[in-house]
Design a protein around this ligand. Structure first.
Ligand SMILES: [Ca+2]
Ligand SMILES: [Ca+2]
Ligand SMILES: [Ca+2]
Ligand SMILES: [Ca+2]
Length: 607
């Protein structure tokens, strides 16, 4: 029986290989030939068998490139004929008919001349075609390549939570979606911005164009998801309250796929603020019930407080596990002056920098076009556009799948930071850029074959001292976390000057996340009351082991030395993640040693 099994297995395997071979091999009329006898001998042999010698192959000595004009240019079979006797000639060491290989030519495919668009600002969209020879950006976000794979955001709905959207803008009107729009400030269905002399309310319209400006309409620019539907929620032009925010975050969660927000608490370097109870619930409802249970996707700008020494961990919106926090880099891969550092940032796009760095072109108020859009405000809509492409590739991915895809596909590229490190799961990560520059093509490719991750488990451990030994809730099956996603640290710290504190978390695998850096302007004596810090730097690592919270206090001049320092009262670690692990690569999966299945998509194995 054992022998029969082996035979059957062999049969299945060889059938598969034959099938694959006949499907994928394309033979050309080019040969590589190794002839030790020198160039004139090569010429003789070429003419003897009817080839043309095209000369040595690059720097490879004795290797020649032969071409045969009477052999079919592309064939699925090895071509036979008198020419094939060259393989048996004693003066020939080795000869090989060349096969067509499947290679994605990222640069050639991304050549802007390859795509002809008549939008007048197309040539100024450097961040989309930065493979240009004279471009200063060196790494692609591979947006063109994603388009060329056929993804343009069709049937995906994005809305911009901001100061309104100019819905009749000629570059937006075709993609504008009334059902994805609302005016929370005016309490009506028309989110048209309020016009004033300073054009204060231009922000939302600028963000909307980045996502879904119409392509090839002889107007302005091309949106990253230029066939997506775009809406606007007008909510920043008035008093922003918990109600306003909660309403905005919860508008038509079954209709709108992606909410993009480029705003948050003051970036003054001294504020610690986050969503109130209603907005918190709106986030939770969105991820649980939105998109018919797959979860709303909230994309968030990490903040513009770099110059004020602000730290994005003090912004509870960007710090939330429910938001995809996005950072920015300049065209040269330098840290922009406005960038805020923190451990919750997931990914990065290009944006503005110093005055000589290029800015972003997009739609502007009063039916115009601008080349001056800047800051992390640029980056959230760009990622919203990229996610729209991924959702077109696979509409069934969940809110957590989207984060997994960004972790997996974003790249360090040429982004400069002195803290790039590889975590224990092999992901490169930085406090400036998260997992790096987004890659639209990799996003659509991975999304297409993605299998949804198992349910989220949360395991909570609480201690009074600064070190927690966690089992990852091994004894509670519905909470057990083996592989990590987000880690949330909740602290109660009483302290005379909050800006003097620096907090780090060290994972059981030794990955250090800086949860808070000192803030020069933060003189508050309020400390942190149940504040949640979040890190994504341990993504994919194992949860079990010792978690250490390190708090350092560097008393500044500004502090009253009479006030005693009262330390950490408690801290809690929420380990978010999954019970099982995902294997991404293709492999053979054998059941009972008989039936072998070639698994192309990701396959889940229980631990
Ligand atoms: Ca209105
Ligand atoms: Ca256009
Ligand atoms: Ca901030
Ligand atoms: Ca976040």
């Amino acid at each position: 029986i054992g022998c029969n099994m082996r035979l059957l297995l062999g049969f299945v395997l060889s059938t598969f290989w034959l099938w694959e071979a006949s499907l994928s091999r394309v033979y050309t009329n080019h040969w590589a030939v190794r002839i030790p006898g020198g160039p004139s001998e090569a010429d003789n042999l070429a003419s003897k068998y009817g080839f043309t010698n095209l000369g040595q192959i690059g720097g490879l000595e004795h290797h020649y490139h032969f071409h045969h004009s009477r052999v079919v240019r592309r064939s699925t079979f090895v071509t036979r004929g008198t020419h094939s006797f060259i393989h048996m000639d004693p003066k020939v060491d080795w000869a090989q008919q060349q096969l067509v290989k499947t290679r994605v030519k990222r640069h050639a495919r991304s050549d802007p001349s390859y795509i002809h668009l008549n939008d007048p600002k197309w040539s100024n969209m450097w961040y989309i075609h930065c493979s240009d020879k004279n471009s200063r950006c060196r790494s692609e976000m591979n947006i063109l390549a994603a388009w060329q794979r056929g993804y343009t955001g069709r049937n995906v709905v994005v809305t911009i939570l901001d100061d309104g959207i100019e819905r009749n803008h000629p570059d937006l009107v075709q993609n504008y979606d009334q059902l994805a729009s609302y005016d929370v400030n005016g309490n009506d269905y028309d989110p048209t911005p309020r016009y004033d002399f300073s054009n204060e309310n231009k922000h939302g319209t600028r963000c909307a164009g980045e996502v879904a400006a119409v392509a090839n309409n002889s107007h302005c620019i091309v949106g990253i998801a230029y066939n997506a539907r775009i809406g606007g929620v007008r909510m920043l032009d008035g008093d922003v309250t918990d109600v306003v925010e909660a309403k905005s975050l919860g508008i038509r969660p079954d209709y709108i796929d992606i909410y993009s927000a480029s705003w948050g608490p003051d970036d003054d370097g001294k504020t610690v603020d986050g969503p109130g109870p209603l907005a918190k619930q709106a986030f939770e409802l969105g991820i649980k019930k939105g998109r018919k249970g797959l979860g709303s996707i909230f994309v968030w700008a990490s903040g513009n407080g770099g110059r004020q020494g602000d730290h994005c961990s003090c912004d509870g919106y960007t710090n939330s596990i429910y938001t995809i926090s996005v950072s920015s880099t300049t065209e040269n891969g330098n840290k922009p002056w406005y960038l805020e550092v923190c451990s919750s940032t997931l990914a990065t796009t290009y944006s503005s920098g110093e005055f000589y760095d290029r800015k972003i072109v997009t739609t502007d108020l009063r039916q115009r076009c601008t080349e001056g859009h800047t800051g992390t405000s640029v980056s959230a809509p760009m990622v919203a556009g990229v996610i729209a492409l991924a959702l077109e590739a696979n509409p069934l991915i969940s809110w957590r799948d989207v984060q997994h895809l960004l972790v997996k596909t974003s790249r360090q590229a040429h982004l400069k930071a002195n803290d790039w490190k590889t975590n224990a799961a092999g992901h490169k990560v930085s406090h400036l850029y998260g997992f790096g520059l987004v890659d639209a093509e990799a996003m659509v490719v991975e999304a297409k074959k993605w299998r949804t991750v198992p349910p989220q488990h949360t395991c909570t451990d609480q201690k009074l001292n600064a070190s927690i030994s966690s089992s990852g809730c091994r004894d509670q099956p519905d909470q057990q976390v083996v592989f990590l996603e987000h880690v949330v640290v909740r602290v109660l710290i009483v302290h005379p000057r909050r800006g003097d504190l620096e907090i780090s978390l060290v994972s059981p695998s030794g990955t250090r996340s800086q949860l808070l850096a000192q803030r020069l302007f933060d003189n508050s004596n309020e400390g942190f009351r149940n504040w949640e810090f979040m890190t994504v730097h341990c993504w994919g690592e194992r949860a079990e082991g010792t978690w250490t919270l390190e708090i350092s206090d560097s008393p500044s001049q500004l502090r009253n030395p009479e006030v005693l320092v009262s330390w950490l009262s408690y801290f809690t670690v929420d380990l978010d993640g999954q019970f099982s692990h995902i294997f991404y690569t293709d492999f053979f999966f054998c059941l009972f040693g008989i039936v072998c299945v070639h698994v192309l998509a990701s396959t889940m194995l229980l631990c």
